[in-house]
Design a protein around this ligand. Structure first.
Ligand code: ADP
Length: 465
């Protein structure tokens, strides 16, 4: 603690900034302090770190105070909580939770006016209504049952918005602050308010930007989608009309070919519609996971087989080690992740090629990768690739229908399982999408209960697994 509870604290009576300090001296000191605080406020720190740094600066430059805190009003909780503290035991101080009107902070906030409490008696009177819980927190924060001996508290407000209160206290010296200090400390509090204001504005602006971007992309995708769905629909209509023409006697092979094409187009439509449905489910947070022990070999093989059925140009290989751990996942949703990524690997490798589904075992998790030899993605386009509705607008010379929802859905599912998803890609060479899934939690010397259960079940079924 700065100065320490029993240490010598510079104060007005004690001389450093005492009454004998001339007007020039005071102005110089205040100017220096303002410059220092303004410099700190201009630093590109996030709000909590910024408040900490500013408060430390204020307590240092103001000189008379031993400890300080920025109490912020939390509207949703209906409480003041420390946004920053200096000189206190920080762990203890974090627990402070003052109600509206409680103690010095509550009163200064209500009145909207700075308050100077010069003597221990004045301080004690203003803190008399502090609830026992907070009194205990305060005592632990200053490691003493004594109350502060002098307090200067100023509202932190900007343009009608009341953010909280800046409180500076002395623990050893009374009459450390005077009326002359008020305008200067209020100026510092106003600077803090401006910093908070700026922070909130920036946060609002960024969420507005995100909302507008999402809305713009959503509108765009809806327009594209109605168009995209019309393409397979027209094809289906065309082939089925042709098959029904009385005047043409289609050969068996031709009929098979048309039926195959119709099936393909139906699959494409199904993928798009599933993605839209899944994305709306994820949006309203209906992603309730039903975890069960799952052997990913089977899920990967099913998804690969389903995709392989629709392409002859690609060769899809599943390469998971035999000892790949069984993981606790929601089988349906994880199958959807495999489908979305494999679907992309096929779509975005128009020349065909190898698609390899690989598995890696790491200490805490498993990583699945799905690699293709397709068109790849430039580094700039890899950044927003998991954002909703994002699609690469590249001059690839070929058209692929899509919603820009496949990867965001995969991400939402993987993250809901406690995993991560990422991509590694080279334009013109191919892409690999990776996702991790946590291994089931097992104590070091415990056997995997999920594996045990699965082994038992397999035994009951006759040895498979
Ligand atoms: P969709 O494929 O329906 O457009 P996704 O969210 O699955 O939506 O993918 C977003 C975009 O990322 C795609 O439009 C495509 O441009 C790019 N992309 C995804 N996977 C690959 C891949 N394996 N290779 C190249 N580009 C890909």
């Amino acid at each position: 603690m700065r100065g320490g509870l029993g240490g010598s604290v510079a104060n007005r009576q004690g001389s450093v900034h005492g009454p004998q300090e001339g007007t020039d001296g005071r102005l110089n000191r205040e100017f220096h302090a303002l410059t220092e605080v303004a410099k700190t406020l201009a630093s590109p720190l996030e709000l909590p770190a910024l408040l900490d740094a500013v408060l430390k600066r204020i307590v240092d430059v103001v000189g008379q105070a031993d400890v300080g805190t920025v109490m912020l009003w939390d509207q949703s909780a209906g409480l003041f909580r420390p946004g920053a503290s200096y000189g206190f035991d920080l762990e203890a101080m974090k627990e402070l939770a003052l109600r509206a009107g409680e103690s010095i902070t509550g009163k200064v906030h209500d009145a909207g006016q700075a308050r100077l409490l010069c003597t221990p008696e004045e301080v004690a009177a203003a803190m008399a209504d502090m609830r026992p819980f907070n009194r205990d927190v305060f005592a632990r924060s200053v490691r003493s049952d004594s109350l502060p001996r002098a307090v200067l508290a100023t509202p932190i407000a900007a343009q009608e918005k009341k953010y909280g209160v800046l409180v500076l206290e002395t623990l050893n010296a009374s009459e450390a602050f005077t009326q002359d200090d008020l305008p200067f400390i209020q100026t510092l509090a106003d600077l803090i308010a401006l910093a908070i204001d700026r922070h909130y504005l920036e946060a609002q602006l960024s969420s507005l930007r995100d909302a507008r971007r999402t809305e713009y992309l959503r509108a765009e995708v809806m327009a594209i989608l109605s168009h995209e769905l019309r393409i397979p629909l027209s094809a289906i209509k065309g082939y089925s009309t042709a098959l029904q023409l009385d005047e043409v006697d289609w050969s068996k092979a031709k009929q098979q070919e048309f039926l195959g094409l119709i099936e393909n187009e139906c699959d494409n439509m199904q993928v798009m519609l599933t993605e839209i449905l899944d994305s709306s489910l994820i949006e309203v947070e209906q992603l309730n996971l039903a975890l069960e022990p799952v052997r990913l070999h089977q899920v990967a093989a099913d998804a690969a087989q389903e995709a392989q059925r629709r392409t002859q140009n690609h060769h899809i290989v599943v390469d998971l080690p035999m000892d790949f751990p069984i993981v606790a996942v929601d089988r349906r949703w994880i199958a959807q992740v495999f489908r979305n990524i494999i679907e992309n690997a096929v779509h975005y490798s128009p020349e065909g090629g190898l698609i390899v589904i690989h598995g890696e075992i790491r200490p805490a998790d498993v990583v699945i990768s799905i690699a293709d030899e397709g068109i790849g993605i430039s580094p700039e386009d890899q950044i927003p690739i998991f954002e909703k509705y994002f699609r690469v607008h590249a001059a690839t010379g070929f058209h692929v229908g899509g919603t820009g929802l496949g990867l965001p859905i995969a991400r939402a599912i993987v993250e809901a399982h406690g995993g991560r998803i990422w991509i590694d890609s080279k334009l013109g060479e191919g892409s690999t999408v990776f996702f991790s899934l946590p291994k089931s939690p097992v104590a070091p010397d415990e056997k995997n209960p999920i594996e045990d259960r699965t082994a038992e079940a397999a035994e009951a079924r006759g040895g498979e697994a």
